[in-house]
Design a protein around this ligand. Structure first.
Ligand code: SF4
Length: 428
């Protein structure tokens, strides 16, 4: 009888891509995948450590798995496992803890997994992290494809360079093989992910632009989306390529983090608001329908009331479609801990609410601006009785009557009426 593997990923798209790849490793060793809330023989938890809340959620997922089946083998990996292996080792019932650079070693021990009296910690400090764990997901319609890992930037508030090591990638030729395998599995869409994907090519003497050009030629994949890319690395040639190539969706995700130049300096970001505005306007002048999501962190040390107001005014002035708002939390080992003044927690919360309101309004305005258009959407399997959902090229959620024959197909949809739930219903 096949053993059962269940996995759970927290945090970024990269973690999801890696977790499902890890699950694929088990499946090729005669395991079957079951949902995380069901009894399994092995649980893999790919943790996140981006905030203190993420650490807490990671611990919760680990204890949930242990409670579900106390005799199951519990494997914990990811950023929290890299940064705080001892905290995880204190959770009774954990068997293996793999640092982010050791994910690849998990496959080599699949045949030998046993319940441990004390957890085995397989980790190393970030300087020696060389491991690049390739990842793509095993869903049905859209697959993540990890093209890069790590970061060399050391922004003052971020632990990712500590948790994932320096920037590195595998060569384009190997990524193309993975993309072909994804196409052969029937996927229509690939979402390119990485920690700092604009940095792609550093370790293979190639470029992100060259990667996009090569991927555009793969048969079978009809849509690509580029996930979060640093503004200073989002060069015009990349924007032009994404907006002009029929397989690349007009969808951008660009981290701003603050709309105040003083804060960007304190955060050790590599651009200023003028460069950021230039990038947004460049995209907009070429395509007014492109979806542009931006990231923002509120409450970072040094963010006085007036600097926050500067940030608010800047964000309001940008023609963007969505703002992903994050609330700052202290991270061990980061330079931000030395910066004053510290923003009180109640104020961080209030600032987050203000930015969320701005985001909601921008998102709504963007959806309204699309009313009356015809756009193509890729439809996914749905558990809803009457509706199935998809996303248009420019990331608008749209529903059509549920019909199995439309799963994993791209349809032209009329965006006639925005319903109160925040998506368009189309009759196609
Ligand atoms: S660019 Fe900055 S925020 Fe992004 S992963 Fe690198 S250090 Fe962290």
């Amino acid at each position: 009888m096949k053993k059962r593997i269940a996995y759970h990923a927290l945090g970024c798209k990269l973690n999801f891509a890696e977790a499902s790849s890890l699950s694929g490793d088990f499946i090729s060793h005669n395991y079957m995948q079951v949902p995380f809330n069901q009894e399994a023989d092995v649980y893999v938890i790919n943790t996140c450590s981006v905030t203190e809340t993420a650490n807490a959620k990671s611990r919760k997922a680990i204890t949930k798995a242990i409670r579900k089946n106390p005799s199951a083998i519990i494997i914990v990996t990811g950023c929290y496992a890299q940064l705080k292996p001892d905290e995880i080792a204190n959770i009774q019932g954990v068997d293996y803890i793999f640092g982010t650079g050791q994910k690849q070693s998990i496959e080599s021990i699949i045949e030998d997994l046993t319940k441990q009296k004390t957890p085995q910690i397989i980790s190393s400090d970030f300087k020696s992290i060389e491991g690049y764990y390739p990842a793509w997901s095993s869903g049905r319609t859209r697959s993540f494809l990890k093209v890069q890992d790590g970061c060399d930037n050391f922004c003052s508030y971020c632990t990712i360079p500590l948790a994932r090591g320096h920037s590195r990638n595998i060569p384009i030729a190997k990524i193309l093989k993975q993309a072909k395998a994804i196409a052969d599995s029937g996927f229509k869409e690939i979402i390119l992910t990485g920690v700092n994907i604009g940095d792609f090519g550093k370790s293979s003497d190639e470029s992100f632009y060259a990667l996009l050009q090569a991927l555009g030629k793969i048969d079978g994949i009809e849509r690509y989306r580029v996930s979060s890319i640093e503004p200073d690395l989002l060069h015009h040639e990349i924007i032009d390529f994404v907006l002009e190539h029929p397989k690349f969706m007009p969808h951008f995700h660009i981290p701003l983090q603050s709309g105040s130049d003083s804060m960007l300096k304190l955060m050790k970001r590599k651009y200023d608001t003028a460069l950021f505005r230039e990038r947004i306007e460049y995209i907009r002048n070429k395509n007014k329908n492109a979806f542009i999501g931006i990231d923002l962190i509120v409450g970072v040390p040094g963010e006085t009331e007036s600097l926050f107001q500067e940030s608010v005014e800047f964000v309001k002035s940008l023609d963007v479609s969505f703002v992903h708002v994050f609330t700052y939390s202290e991270r061990e080992g980061t330079q931000a801990l030395k910066i004053k003044p510290i923003v009180p927690h109640s104020e961080r919360k209030a600032r987050s609410e203000i930015m969320h309101d701005i985001s909601e309004s921008k998102h709504h305005q963007f959806y309204l601006s699309q009313q009356g258009q015809k756009r193509t959407a890729l439809f996914e399997q749905s558990k809803h009785k009457t509706l199935m959902y998809g996303f248009t090229d420019n990331y608008i959620k749209v529903a059509i009557p549920n019909n199995k024959k439309f799963i994993n197909t791209i349809k032209i949809c009329n965006l006639d009426e925005l319903n109160p739930k925040g998506f368009f219903e189309s009759k196609i």
